[in-house]
Every structure is written in C-alpha cells, then in structure tokens.
Ligand binder design. Structure first.
Ligand code: SAH
Ligand code: MG
Length: 193
C-alpha cells in the first residue's frame, strides 16, 4: 500500500482528503516547527494522519472520526502503514467524546460549520506555544466568491465560515494568519504572554 493508493481511493469514493498543496504546507509547517504531538479532528480514511506521521518517527497523532465506514478504512490503512503504535484513532463525535493529552498542534478538518465549537472544546489540550490549523476555509472557492452560493444550506455554511474568521480575528489569545493554499487554511498561533 502506497500513499497514491489512498489518494486514488479518496478520489473514487469522494472522500475529501486534504488537497496536495494543503498537505504540503501542513507537513512543512510540522517539520519547520519541530511539532511532535498532534491532535486531528476529522480522520476520514487516515490519509492526513499518515502523512503527518511519516515526516518523523517521533511524531504521534491522535485523530477522531465519527463515520464508521471511514473509521474502519482508516484503521485498516494505519495498520497497512505500520503506524498503529503512533496513530491513536478514536471512533466518535469530537463534540461528544473526551480525550487526554497535550498537543503542539491541533488540526481541525471536520464539519465546517462547527469550527468554533471544536476550537473552544480542544484548545485546553494545546501546549502554551501551540498552533491550531483549520482546513477548508475557502470551502471550494465559495467563501470568497462574489456570486451567492446556489443553495440555502451552502449560504448558511459560508456564513458560518465567515463567522469563524471574524471570531478568530477577535480572539486576542491567538494570532491568526490565513493562507490561500489548498482549500484555504488558517494558522492560529497562541500569543506569548
Ligand atoms: N483529515 C482528512 C480529511 C477529513 S474529511 C484528510 O485530509 O485525510 C472530514 C472528516 O471529518 C469526515 O470524514 C467526517 O466524517 C469527519 N467529521 C465531521 N464532523 C466530525 C465530528 N464532529 N467528529 C468527528 N469526525 C467528524
Ligand atoms: Mg479538509
């Protein structure tokens, strides 16, 4: 099993794994900042968790997935890559379960309308100089589009992403940068105090 097999599976089965540029940026960030302990919300089939783990043998990832089919696929993939000792995958809804540990990085890549809730629930697990990165800020180009989204659901989703961006901007405990890479990322670094 190779990474390209996971990419192929994701494409065929419409699993929204990170875009190429996005995962490139994320893995570089982890490498450059010497990040070792990572919490991911939204494992899907384990692709990004595996990519993050492959950077360095000292990296550990805890990741949460609520969809049983994807969770089972992720467990299988993690085993195939022999990473079950470094990836702790939890089956459940991130807003319901309780976890343990301290993390250098929290990567939010789950339900796009719930980002504030994930952030508020999980920041207590973040180390003092930690970072929270959120994926899919662009929402496939819809967030910053001049033409309104075609459906009410999509418009609501976009409104929530804008709310999240405003909330991050107002959150003075973190310094947030937006990167127009992949499907758009925010990098929220805890401010020294
Ligand atoms: N990080 C993955 C892609 C994740 S796709 C990668 O890049 O490889 C988003 C996933 O988040 C979906 O599989 C979805 O089932 C899951 N998800 C959404 N909301 C969730 C929640 N509240 N708790 C746990 N998982 C959630
Ligand atoms: Mg994503």
């Amino acid at each position: 099993m190779e990474l390209k097999d996971l990419e192929e599976y994701a494409r065929i089965n419409n699993v929204p794994i990170m875009e190429k540029d996005g995962i490139e940026f994320l893995t570089n960030y982890i490498r450059e900042n010497n990040i070792k302990n990572i919490l991911e919300i939204g494992a899907a089939i384990g692709y990004s968790a595996i990519r993050m783990c492959l950077i360095d043998k000292d990296i550990k990832v805890t990741t949460i997935e609520r969809d049983k089919v994807r969770y089972d696929e992720a467990v299988k993939n993690i085993n195939e890559f022999n990473l079950s000792d470094r990836i702790n995958i939890i089956f459940g809804d991130a807003l319901d379960i309780e976890i343990e540990g301290n993390y250098d990085l929290i990567f939010i890549d789950a339900a796009k309308s719930q980002s504030i809730k994930f952030f508020e629930k999980y920041e207590k697990y973040l180390n003092q100089d930690g970072t929270i990165i959120t994926d899919n800020i662009n929402f496939h180009g819809l967030t910053f589009s001049n033409t309104p989204a075609p459906t009410r659901n999509l418009r609501q989703m976009i409104r929530k992403i804008h709310n999240y961006l405003k909330w991050l901007e107002d959150n003075k405990e973190y310094h947030t940068k937006y990167e127009n890479i992949g499907d758009g990322l925010t990098i929220s670094k805890r401010v020294d105090n």
